[in-house]
Ligand binder design. Structure first.
Ligand code: FAD
Ligand code: 2AM
Length: 620
């Protein structure tokens, strides 16, 4: 690797050894800002527990000089998210590489370091909290002392409760190691706590909307310090892919972009905007005119470290459209602030109860399970009228970009990026509707509209030799990256290359409703770009017919392609929670049958395929 494992600094070897014993370094790896927020919450809890006796220092792993500094810390806490297929966040990639090098070198370079890990992840994904687990394991192996048991925070339920529990354990761990004597008397500060807020500077005479919105055409996306540099693309085309018999919608979007390089299999992040309707509703809650121009500033001398505010000056309309996540559920940590702004005492009590220890079950039922959005909360608690500064600092999360598997190949469509987006328009368990922010925004864009995008490289790749067989499983919008693969193969074919076998398994509800790109696929089949096309229409008959059924029914062909003379590659793309798991099981069953082995042995074969890059997943 390129990151040489740093030898332990000489002064860190001696006992008592120049480490700053009161400093607690809190390192975060964040993709959407949650880990950063949690890191700040941990710093705050440490300050409340130990006052002057502790110096918590929060830092982004991306900015921390870990190679020289980590082994010298007294206490380091890691608040790290796992993203995609068990990967670290983009910002922690380099740290991950360095850690791997340290692990390989195997020297106990972290002796004397005390550490703890709070991992963030989602149990709906296969490699739950994989990165946090790795950090925890590696530090222990290399001599560091774990002072608090790792918690694997689960974002599919209440991850903030997981954090609260971990903080209790952390304080106990620190108390045991000499921090107990630093404890400050609890002043029950919660009662008169001030809601963290930005200062708001209103610009009186600034009405030039063009000038105002110029910044957000070149700046970073909504994710605070986790934001990427985004580029401007022009919308060329938006086209419905379902037939008019379908009750749902899936759109084909063509973006025109000059400077972005990508390969088939890469992802594009799209920065969405909230609809005018949503924006107006939010402005009503805030009681501020949408044309008001303002800038947010960090409050001077504010003890609460808030993420950098978004750049201004900006109209409230632009702020609500581009930076405010108004239709997701509010975080539990927003509830004390919401309660503080409730003028009706009953509402304030109820909000306080919902975020209390006793209110956990009620919170789960009314907020999480119902997927109550922030705007719905304001409807249900009409007396809550936050200030602008508190709204953006303590209540409303930043709107995040959404990722899409690019559904084109630059070889066939230079300077274009195609997206295949299944439009989210659903009724929530509470009976209230939810319109997906990004897909509904994409759906209504007209040719010539601007889109802010960013390309994210992936590991999802065609074999470099086009004669290597490929097996592609992509139901619904999961077809997206394979359309890119097929375009690439088609271009190669036209240049005179020989193509190996390509088996495509596609599934949707009904042949007549949502069989997307049907003509293209038929054409590729005729041309030999696809050699076998299997379709599963789940709702065209009584019994469910799914892609994995066709995989297993055609196991001999699948296995021959995967394990024949030219070792093939198996790909799956689409929904992670159910489909990808079932396809994984089908692959294992195929191995078991074709190799005549036990299920456990077959599972090992599948794992080995993954390690060799011959079983690749692009799942969401
Ligand atoms: P959102 O408003 O984000 O809502 C989407 C979903 O979130 C809802 O269906 C619901 O299940 C859930 N949800 C919403 N609100 C809540 C709540 N309060 N509580 C709990 N759950 C809630 N999609 C495609 O169509 N095509 C692709 O090619 C594609 N590729 C992807 C690649 C990657 C790497 C990733 C990570 C995702 C990909 N996705 C793809 C999914 C895509 O990023 C978006 O998640 C999807 O389009 C929905 O976005 P939205 O803003 O329209 O909906
Ligand atoms: P369904 O909605 O009828 O259950 C694309 O979304 C296709 O994937 C649909 O036909 C959908 O069928 C199907 N699908 C749903 N769950 C699946 C699973 N666990 N495995 C494979 N396909 C699934």
């Amino acid at each position: 690797g390129q990151h040489a494992a740093a030898p332990p600094p000489a002064d860190a070897q001696a006992a008592g050894d120049g480490r700053d014993e009161s400093r607690v370094r809190i390192l975060f790896g964040t993709q959407t800002g949650t880990a950063e927020k949690f890191a700040n919450q941990i710093a705050k809890a440490l300050g409340e527990a130990y006052g002057e006796g502790v110096t918590p220092v929060v830092e982004d792993l991306e900015e921390y000089a870990f190679a020289g500094a980590l082994a010298r810390e007294a206490v380091a806490l890691f608040v790290v998210a796992t993203y995609g297929d068990g990967d670290p966040t983009d910002s922690a990639m380099e740290f991950d590489g360095w850690l791997t090098d340290c692990e390989v070198a195997g020297e106990a370079i972290f002796e004397g370091l005390q550490y703890g890990v709070f991992a963030l992840g989602n149990t709906e994904y296969e490699h739950f909290c994989a990165f946090g687990k790795k950090v925890d394991r590696t530090l222990e192996q290399l001599g560091a002392e774990r002072i608090v048991k790792r918690t694997d925070g689960d974002d599919s339920s209440c991850i903030e409760d997981d954090l609260d529990d971990w903080i209790v354990n952390l304080l106990a761990g620190l108390d045991k190691r000499g921090f107990a004597e630093k404890r400050v008397q609890s002043t029950n500060g919660a009662a008169n706590e001030i809601v963290p807020a930005y200062d708001v500077v209103i610009a009186e005479n600034c009405r030039d909307e063009r000038k105002l919105s110029a910044y957000d055409r070149t700046g970073t996306s909504g994710g605070g310090s986790a934001g990427h540099t985004v580029s401007l693309a022009l919308v060329d085309e938006v086209r419905e892919l379902h037939s008019n018999l379908s009750e749902r919608s899936c759109v084909h979007v063509v973006l025109n972009t000059n400077e972005l390089n990508y390969e088939p299999g890469d992802h594009v992040a799209v920065v969405p905007e909230n609809s005018e309707e949503i924006v107006q509703e939010a402005a009503k809650v805030l009681g501020v005119d949408l044309d008001t121009v303002f800038t947010l500033k960090q409050q001077e001398g504010n003890p609460h470290k808030l993420p950098s505010p978004f750049p201004g000056p900006v109209t409230l309309r632009t702020a609500l459209k581009t930076f405010a996540d108004l239709t997701a559920s509010p975080r539990k940590s927003a509830f004390p602030a919401l309660a503080a702004f409730a003028t009706n005492q009953e509402e304030a009590q109820r909000l306080k109860f919902l975020c209390s220890a006793d209110g956990k079950a009620e919170y789960k039922k009314c907020v999480l399970d119902c997927r109550m959005s922030l705007l719905e909360l304001f409807q249900d608690f009409p007396s809550v009228k936050p200030t602008l500064g508190a709204f953006f600092a303590s209540i409303c999360p930043r709107l995040q970009p959404r990722y899409y598997s690019i559904s084109s190949s630059p070889a066939m469509h230079p300077n274009k990026i195609h997206i295949t987006a299944a439009v989210v328009d659903e009724v929530k368990p509470s009976g209230r509707p939810h319109k997906g922010v990004c897909t509904n925004w994409l759906k209504v864009q007209a040719p010539g509209a601007f889109a802010l995008i960013h390309v994210r490289k992936s590991h999802f790749r065609l074999p470099s030799d086009p004669e290597v067989p490929v097996i592609m499983v992509g139901p619904g919008a999961g077809l997206a990256p394979f359309r890119g693969f097929l375009q690439e193969r088609s271009t190669l074919q036209q240049k005179g290359h020989q193509l190996g076998p390509a088996l495509l398994f596609f599934g949707c509800r009904s042949r007549k409703k949502d069989y997307i790109y049907e003509e293209e696929l038929q054409q590729y089949l005729e041309d030999g770009v696809i050699t076998e096309l299997y379709t599963a229409f789940s709702r065209d008959q009584e019994e469910k017919d799914y892609v994995q059924h066709h995989l297993f029914a055609n196991r001999d062909k699948v296995w021959a392609a995967l394990n024949g003379g030219r070792k093939g590659v198996f790909y799956v793309c689409g929904e992670a929670a159910h489909m990808a798991r079932d396809v994984h099981d089908a692959l294992r069953d195929i191995v078991q049958h074709c190799q005549n082995c036990t299920a456990a042995e077959a599972e090992n074969v599948v794992k080995a395929l993954g390690d060799q890059g011959r079983y690749q997943k692009d799942i969401w």
